[in-house]
Design a protein around this ligand. Sequence first.
Ligand code: EPU
Length: 346
Amino acid sequence: MAGYPLKVHNTFGFDVRAQFACRIEREEQLLAAVRDPRVEGLPRLVLGGGSNVMLTGDFAGLVLLVALRGRRVVREDQDAWYVEAAGGEPWHEFVAWTLAQGMPGLENLALIPGTVGAAPIQNIGAYGLEMCERFASLRAIELVTGEAVELDGDACRFGYRDSLFKREGRERFVIASVTFRLPKAWQPRAGYADLARELAARGPAASAGQAEGAATQPTAQAIFDAVVAVRRAKLPDPLELGNAGSFFKNPVIDAAQFEALKRREPEVVSYVQADGRVKLAAGWLIDRCGWKGRAMGAAAVHERQALVLVNRGGASGTEVLALARAIQHDVFERFGVELEAEPVCL
Ligand code: EPU
């Protein structure tokens, strides 16, 4: 297909093309783009940083490249700051900016690739925090009507790496901006194993000095720095090695299935959920099946985190998908657990 190259618009670095593409720098451009008679009836794909998508081939439709920029404090009350950022703002830069403004709360989500507008789509989460916990509302443009709608957290139906925008809302909305609520009574979230280990290794310098005798606690900046360090050590930089973060979700199974599994595999890494079900570490399951560091052609399992599939150079989406299927097969054979892909596969 001739058309528009998407290689730099997807973090896997797949060399695919879109039949049509339009860069959106102002909201008004959206409607003109989707109402252009040349693209009538064609499928649409909204791309921010392309960090949550698996393009298995050329896209026969219109790609909207969201490049809306801008960030500001919209209001403040006794309890919180409300900070808004446009959909095309790079996520990590935004997190760093909120900290520099003295408004902590997003530090656990440092260095996640992608844009602000992509964050609600899969309700990004890391190191003990999910985006929905800091979410206030978002402004989306409905592509059919051209109308702007304001959606709160309930309307977005956030779940674990999930939201309305990953499902029926996928072709319906473009996220123009997101507003976060950052509570003034900030509390560090430092319990996640890897993060706690990194903070401890950094010593007391990572903790805020407190009144004598009181326990010290890490500052938001220290958490930010520690998260950046852990991510750099474990997760590949998409600019150096194509990837989309975790390729699979951590599966959740019921208590009975877990008990049976635990008898067979006593070391299985697990987290009991509020509803009694049990979340398993997919990275551990994949690792145990011997997949860590293995490759099928140019598609490979990352050497330091088995949950991340990488493009070693020149891999196609189909190759990565074949690797993913082989992994799913082995994990199911050994553990009886199904792994679900995290990125949207097209
Ligand atoms: N593990 C292994 N081998 C591996 C990878 C992991 O044994 O190759 C074990 C670890 O030792 C640990 C457990 O599995 O006991 C969990 O590993 P880790 O702490 O690295 O977290 P994860 O469950 O694999 C999740 C998120 C990541 C997020 C980290 C940190 C999902 C699907 N992934 O990974 O999110 O950064 O926790 O919070 O929930 C993403 O979604 O793209 C992503 C990178």
